[in-house]
Design a binder for this molecule. Structure first.
Ligand code: PCA
Length: 324
């Protein structure tokens, strides 16, 4: 009898929890599709936060540039148009130059190195975010960047005058160095741009090739392992500080789990996506060694330029990276 009474009391109290605790909703903007692995990871992060806070914090995901465009997401969160966001780190290089550390070619050649680089880059990113009223939650890399081309690549001269799709300042600079014409195309528009004949080649992950079903026009894929760019998920510090301490720690815990889960997913997709390109008729080839050497030299030139323009903060990341 007593047990029944306690159970009834507990049920009544639990029933009241949602009305006792205020519910907060965050809008989270991303520039990538809902089906993309990054967005699915965010969706799981959001479910876990909702569960852990018993519905106290709801994170609504707005994918595909619908709430704000990829390059505008950091500003949208700073302005309060969204409380949280995800963008590619390199979209912020104008204001936060060290955000470009993960897009310097041929520095990182494996996920292990990418993780090492992130550990060194993270404190600086957190500091710059804090100065702009943002709190970093987590970051996850795209699979390694390879070269997709409609024609076989036999020499660097093959790039002259081609339309090379770009998505950040690294890819723009590479296009320039190759004598190609840079064409800025958002990730979600790659299929369309190919169909319309607006691009001949691009450097991006095999996964982005798969997600855009590039096999109609792209015939060759070269695993040059250029760099491992990361997407970063963040929240306005005001919105984060307004949470209860318990909710804040639930968000932190779910973010750490999302980061670990995302890195593992990225690594397994790196292999399966290349395989999927192959199964769809794309030839996975090795770039001729002399061309590879020239591309690496170009990468070195890019690194030198980068370290020179970014200055001391670049050294703080790269010096320990190379010494470890
Ligand atoms: N895909 C994104 C960024 C890096 C990647 O692999 C893109 O192509 O825009």
């Amino acid at each position: 009898m007593k047990k029944l009474w306690i159970a009834a009391l507990a049920a009544a109290l639990l029933g009241h929890v949602p009305t006792l605790l205020a519910q907060t909703t965050w809008k989270l903007a991303t520039g990538y599709r809902a089906e993309s692995f990054h967005t699915q990871n965010i969706a799981q992060f959001s479910r876990e936060v909702e569960q852990a806070t018993r519905g106290q914090l709801v994170i609504q995901v707005h994918p595909n540039n619908t709430l704000a465009k990829l390059n505008d997401i950091r500003q949208a969160v700073a302005d309060g148009r969204a409380q949280a966001g995800e963008t590619i780190m390199t979209s912020m290089v104008k204001e936060i130059p060290i955000a470009g550390a993960d897009a310097v070619p041929f520095v990182v050649g494996s996920y292990k190195d990418a993780a090492r680089l992130w550990k060194l880059q993270r404190p600086g990113i957190e500091k710059h975010f804090a100065q702009r009223g943002l709190t970093l939650l987590y970051a996850v890399p795209w699979p390694p960047q390879g070269l997709h081309s409609s024609k076989p690549v036999r020499s660097l001269a093959d790039f002259k005058g081609t339309q090379m799709r770009t998505y950040n300042s690294t890819t723009q600079r590479i296009a320039e160095l190759l004598g190609a014409r840079p064409v800025d195309v958002a990730m979600v528009d790659v299929g369309k741009a190919l169909a319309e004949g607006r691009m001949d080649n691009m450097i991006t992950s095999a996964l982005t090739g798969v997600e855009n079903k590039v096999w109609g026009s792209i015939r060759y894929y070269y695993e040059i392992n250029g760099w491992f760019p990361k997407n970063v998920v963040f929240v306005s510090s005001g919105a984060f500080e307004a949470l209860t301490p318990e909710a804040r720690s639930a968000v932190r815990k779910a973010a750490a789990e999302a980061e670990a889960r995302g890195w593992a997913a990225s690594e397994s997709l790196a292999t399966s996506a290349t395989e999927e390109l192959r199964q769809n008729g794309i030839r996975i080839e090795r770039i001729p060694p002399d061309v590879e050497l020239e591309i690496k030299r170009m990468g070195e030139k890019f690194s030198r330029e980068w370290v020179r323009t970014v200055g001391n903060e670049a050294n703080q990341i790269f010096v320990p990276y190379y010494l470890q």
